[in-house]
Ligand binder design. Structure first.
Ligand code: HEC
Length: 172
């Protein structure tokens, strides 16, 4: 009987020792614990304020498509230096590969086109109303080869790239 009791006491001591060793290890753990990191609770956060115009509630692109290019006006002044600057960045990302660094259609991709992509400093482009260029860049040219970029470039950036193209002026 004593032997059995002694055995259980030893077992209990061993279990307690292991338990406390684990607790000690846990309390002195060096790394961050999942439960200590701040939880993201999306439904308790204030809603993000959306950029104006992000969600089209007044027709968006559909209105541009239905309106003649000559009747579409830019929402901002196309001669603003900030718009032209941003337009240049847009040009280098989305247009230069075809229209080229000299705007003559001899970009790395454009040079293989026959005929070449339209010279953006030609009188034809420079004399076109901004809204017409905006529509051509947005939806392509019917039966033409300009890619429609409305799904790739935001409305404002499309106006800015038009501002940049216009700022180039007609080639001498
Ligand atoms: C895949 C090559 C390619 C890319 C990218 C491209 N274009 Fe073009 N673009 C062309 C071609 C080709 C034409 C000539 C259209 C034709 O012959 O139908 C053209 C024509 C044009 C015209 C003349 C439209 C007119 O009224 O005749 C403008 C303006 C223009 N592109 C601007 C742009 C701008 C701005 C970008 C960038 C946002 C751009 N393009 C991106 C190939 C491209």
């Amino acid at each position: 009987m004593r032997k059995i009791l002694g055995f259980f006491i030893v077992v209990a001591v061993v279990i307690l020792a292991v338990y406390h060793a684990l607790i000690y290890y846990d309390n002195n753990f060096r790394y961050g614990r999942m439960r200590e990191t701040p939880a993201v609770r999306p439904y308790e956060e204030p809603l993000l304020v959306k950029e104006a115009g992000l969600v089209p509630i007044n027709g968006g692109e559909a209105i541009f498509r239905a309106t003649a290019g000559t009747d579409i006006q830019s929402p901002f002044d196309l001669t603003q230096p900030a718009a032209i600057d941003r337009g240049k960045a847009v040009y280098l990302i989305y247009c230069a590969q075809c229209h080229g660094h000299n705007y003559d259609g001899k970009g790395t991709v454009g040079q293989s086109f026959a005929p070449l992509p339209t010279d953006l400093r030609s009188a034809k482009v420079q004399d076109s109303p901004a809204g017409v260029l905006f529509k051509n860049v947005s939806y392509g040219i019917p039966d033409g080869r300009q890619p429609p970029l409305h799904a790739t470039i935001t409305v404002d950036d499309r106006w800015r790239v038009v501002a940049y193209v216009k700022s180039l002026g007609t080639r001498e």
